[in-house]
Design a protein around this ligand. Structure first.
Ligand SMILES: [Zn+2]
Ligand SMILES: [Zn+2]
Length: 273
């Protein structure tokens, strides 16, 4: 499998020159499976760039992709209206979500963002074909992969994903706060012996005490849980909007003292497992 990062920022886009090294778009990653199927995790503003790339790659051919949402906070959905492949009737998308929600609620959450007066195109009028799938909790087969879905500790809920194919594992755990037993246990289960652990690292340890209850982790907590879970590589992800490139480099330097294979996610980074 191959992972590509299209948006790595948490909370809000940060398009300013101090952030161009790591990038200012919000959460979105693409996974190409071993059979070249397309899995997308989160639809932050990075999704717009992925859309452009897919249109180039596929040209006149139809695009089909599986788009998973960790949850529906704006930084994870705000790229959806600007994902240009939605505006082509040849294309097909399946939207997945988790957490025992009603499929109608999810459609409403996405459609609500595009409803009058927020956006000029009604989601129900989009020409592509679409399906909505509620994964609840458990293990599912999607696009030749097995995917484990478990809830994470985050205000209004969030889901973590463990994507498994041909003996390789990628774990996507963003937007969670440590310190609640069931939540920490779920992260460990999702991350166990993972080849690539993409993880919430919004705060520094110093910033954490002022952000209890905000639903995020310090990079040190996330490295620690990665070590306990035996992960092989770690990508620090969902960077705080106030952390400019220089600060992220500093965080990365410190994090690498604890685990030999840590990267800070940046737009355009590709990792093959
Ligand atoms: Zn977020
Ligand atoms: Zn969130």
């Amino acid at each position: 499998m191959r992972v590509r990062f299209w948006g790595v920022r948490g909370s809000t886009p940060t398009p300013q020159k101090e952030n161009m090294g790591f990038g200012g778009n919000t959460s979105c990653i693409e996974i190409r499976t071993d059979t070249n199927q397309i899995l997308v995790f989160d639809g932050g503003t990075g999704l717009r760039l992925l859309g452009n790339e897919l249109m180039q790659e596929f040209a006149e051919k139809p695009i089909s992709a599986h788009i998973f949402f960790s949850h529906f906070h704006l930084d994870h959905i705000q790229g959806v209206p600007f994902f240009r492949p939605l505006y082509n009737p040849r294309n097909h998308f399946t939207f997945y979500f988790a957490g025992r929600r009603d499929a109608n609620l999810v459609m409403d959450a996405l459609a609500g963002m595009m409803a009058n007066p927020y956006f000029p195109v009604d989601m129900s009028k989009l020409p592509c074909s679409r399906e909505y799938v509620d994964l609840a909790e458990g293990t599912f087969t999607v696009a030749d992969t097995r995917i484990l879905v478990l809830p994470l500790n985050h205000p209004q809920g969030c889901a973590g994903y463990r994507i498994m194919q041909n003996g390789k594992v990628i774990t996507y755990c963003t937007d969670f706060e440590h310190g609640v037993d069931w939540g920490d246990k779920n992260v460990r289960t999702l991350a166990k012996d993972s080849d690539f652990f993409i993880v919430d690292a919004q705060y520094t340890p110093e910033e954490l005490p002022d952000h209890i209850g905000w639903g995020h982790s310090s990079w040190q907590q996330s490295i620690q849980i990665g070590i306990e879970s035996g992960v092989k590589r770690i990508a620090l992800y969902h960077h705080d909007p106030h952390h400019e490139d220089a600060e992220l480099e500093k965080i990365l330097d410190n994090a690498q003292k604890f685990h030999p294979h840590v990267v800070a996610a940046r737009e355009g980074l590709e990792v093959t497992v």
